[in-house]
Design a protein around this ligand. Structure first.
Ligand code: NAD
Ligand code: UDP
Length: 313
């Protein structure tokens, strides 16, 4: 296949490039570097099956030649990033959607949208199955991301139903691993950085909010299977092992062997506004439809990630 991956210089996008190249496909990476970094794909520039186009996908996209698949991963994803870039986030989730779906339609390519567990908002059911419609505050600070992704899902289904584009939607739950930005503000890099530099781990509020952390290779595997599947409706891809943020801080301290303490803090800005109190994927559909399930447990995934950050620091 000849595959276009938007957001290719980001954390997830760069791992997707590696996987599609390893499977023998030709990859065109596209990114405007708003939150990504060319270091993440520098190792691919010698590979003749890989090319890179620096471009903002919220503007018209021109790709010469045939395309078999478009994977739309471009979007700020860390809460800090989308709070800092609210309008580019809404643009890439709307104009970027129209451009990438239009491109897939014109080329007769398969399409895959990177959606998110944030479409469930601050959920009132736990775990979240794909049939849950969510509990999103459209006008809160997270609304720029959540509503862009909800619009993106609706548009994807419209192109699928009206234009016959073979579109797939993955709802990604918290994913971590090497190539996350050290200071992107998400809890995984924050805690690992703090643990490795002997600073207190900043647990927001009382740390009783929950998340379920998935290692990046499991996500990439789920995406790879979903693109080739016949499933037309969204599929959750995430690790169902749920823990409190306080437990997660303790896990990071254990894996790093750090002497850091835990500090409870109350950010005064928008970071914790509408922060979901619980999050855990119901992965029944991914297991039955795709034959997928996570393979990497937290200790193993954190060990790889800590090694990466140690190197960066
Ligand atoms: P990231 O910030 O590392 O990567 C996003 C990439 O998209 C960056 O390289 C950025 O420069 C690029 N980008 C943003 N706007 C663009 C534009 N207009 N044109 C071209 N490139 C643009 O984030 P990530 O964690 O790798 O997330 C990738 C995708 O996965 C996002 O769509 C995100 O919503 C989704 N997702 C990620 C997670 C997670 O836990 N990592 C969870 C749910 C959903
Ligand atoms: N969090 C925290 N300390 C930090 C960063 C984040 O306690 O230094 C919490 C945050 O409030 C949220 C959870 O960790 O409850 C996950 O936050 P993240 O930004 O990684 O992503 P989210 O799941 O909210 O999109």
């Amino acid at each position: 296949m000849r595959v276009l991956i938007t957001g290719a210089a980001g954390f997830v996008g760069s791992h997707l490039c590696d996987r599609y190249l390893a499977e023998g496909h030709t990859v065109i990476g596209m990114d405007n570097l708003i939150t990504g970094n060319l270091d993440n794909i520098a190792h691919l520039f010698e590979n003749e099956s890989f090319s890179f186009i620096k471009h903002d996908v919220s503007n018209f996209i021109y790709v010469p030649g045939e395309l078999d698949a478009v994977l739309h991963f471009a979007s700020p994803a860390s809460p800090n990033d989308y709070l800092e870039h609210p309008i580019p986030t809404m643009k890439v989730g709307s104009l970027g959607m129209l451009n990438t779906l239009g491109l897939a339609k014109a080329k007769g390519a398969r399409y895959l949208l990177a959606s998110t567990s944030e479409v469930y908002g601050d959920p009132l059911v736990n775990p979240q199955p794909e049939t849950y419609w969510g509990n999103v505050n459209p006008i809160g600070p997270r609304g720029v991301y959540d509503e862009a992704k909800r619009f993106a899902e609706a548009l994807t289904l419209a192109y699928q139903r009206y234009h016959g584009v073979r579109a797939r939607i993955v709802r990604i739950f918290n994913t971590y691993g090497p190539r996350m930005r050290l200071h992107d503000g998400r809890v995984v890099p924050n805690f690992i950085y703090q643990a490795l530099t002997g600073q207190p781990l900043t647990v927001y509020m009382d740390g009783q909010q929950t998340r379920s952390f998935q290692y990046v290779s499991d996500l990439v595997d789920g995406v790879y299977k979903l693109l080739l599947s016949d499933e037309e409706l969204p599929v959750n891809i995430g690790n169902p092992v749920e823990m409190t943020i306080l437990e997660f801080a303790e896990a990071v301290i254990a894996v790093t062997g750090s002497a850091s303490e835990i500090q409870f803090v109350q950010p005064q800005d928008d970071r914790i506004k509408d922060d979901p109190k619980m999050r855990r994927p119901d992965i029944t559909k991914a297991t039955t439809v795709l034959g997928w399930q996570p393979q990497v447990d937290l200790t193993e995934g954190l060990t790889h990630t800590v090694a990466y950050f140690q190197d960066k620091i």
